[in-house]
Design a binder for this molecule. Structure first.
Ligand SMILES: [Zn+2]
Length: 325
């Protein structure tokens, strides 16, 4: 019976499961709703059932599992520690439960690092050794890969790029700090600034794109920018400029071969990448920028599950440190 590996990407609204052979041949990919309300144990049972079905249908044997999950996690103990979108997952022993069910090597990783591994192995990061992945979405997150390895750092906390400070006299972030990159570039904060200025009575096309100001999202801002709306363009330019400051600091610190940017806000494409690239030279003086590729992510919503597969393969090949539970 052929051996396969499984990747699981757990999010607050949906879960992606994919199985492939050790040679990288796709066996099956499924998506299921998370259904947070049914509780962590039932969710793990649902995922396990899907994996068992795929194994049965394809007459293959499971060899390893990689799991991507929102932070905070205790990776050494294989625990999920109540992430904001998976509340009540208190010290939830996710690795132990899958281990009990499938008895294979399992590795747990935070979702941003998993997405980074996905882009590195299957997406825009292929062919590079040192990359930084940034997701600009509801929040801003990321991961750092140096010489092919995720950088974890003290307390497994490295790579929280969204919480580097770019505006110390700015707005307080969910994390407690003031002026994190996330407080300017995250979708909710783009929308926050737009709503604030619209509420102040500034004229804008955005007023016509929504029924009331509270419905404005980052998408509304992008739509108005495409229609050359001045207020939206100011907010967008500010977003791109601060993103450039954050990216420039990463480039100066790490000098990676590639910065890969994904997430909902980055799906604005060249509308984001063109101003971002044009701002960068102002903020980078020590690194030859022409040697740093600034690229859009390629995998979209699949980066997490692809990274989970890469983790499973790593743990199978024992090049990754395995924490037996
Ligand atoms: Zn923060």
């Amino acid at each position: 019976m052929d051996e396969v590996i499984a990747g699981i990407d757990i999010g607050g609204t949906k879960i992606a499961v994919a199985l492939e052979t050790l040679d990288g041949e796709k066996v099956a990919a499924r998506r299921l709703p998370t259904e947070v309300e049914i509780g962590a144990y039932a969710i793990v049972e649902n995922i396990s059932r899907v994996i068992a079905e795929i194994l049965e249908e394809n007459q293959v044997k499971l060899a390893a599992i990689g799991i991507g999950c929102p932070s905070p996690l205790d990776i050494e103990k294989g625990l999920v520690m109540s992430p904001s979108n998976l509340q009540n997952w208190d010290n939830f022993p996710i690795v132990k439960l899958f281990k009990k069910r499938f008895n294979v090597p399992i590795v747990l990783e935070n979702d941003a690092n998993t997405a980074t591994l996905g882009e590195y192995n299957y997406g825009a990061g292929r062919g590079f050794k040192n990359i930084v992945y940034i997701t600009v979405s509801t929040g801003v997150g990321g991961g750092i890969i140096i010489n092919g390895e995720i950088v974890h750092g003290v307390g497994w906390g490295a790579g929280e790029l969204g919480h580097t400070i770019v505006q110390p006299d700015g707005v307080r972030c969910n994390c407690g700090s003031i002026g994190c990159l996330e407080t300017i570039c995250a979708g909710v904060h783009i929308a926050r600034r737009a709503k604030m200025r619209l509420a102040g009575g500034e004229p804008s096309l955005m007023n016509e794109l929504v029924l009331n100001i509270n419905e404005v999202t980052a998408k509304t801002v992008v739509e108005a920018v495409r229609k050359k709306d001045q207020l939206a363009s100011e907010i967008w330019t500010e977003t791109c400029r601060f993103l450039a400051i954050g990216v420039a600091n990463i480039i100066t610190l790490i000098a990676p071969e590639a910065i890969i940017i994904g997430g909902g806000v980055a799906s604005a494409g060249e509308l984001l990448f063109a101003p971002l690239r044009s701002f960068l030279p102002q903020f980078v003086s020590m690194i030859p920028l022409e040697k740093v590729a600034v690229l859009p992510a390629e995998l979209g919503g699949e980066s997490g599950v692809c990274g989970a597969l890469a983790l499973a393969k790593q743990v199978y090949l024992e090049s990754y440190q395995v924490y037996e539970v």
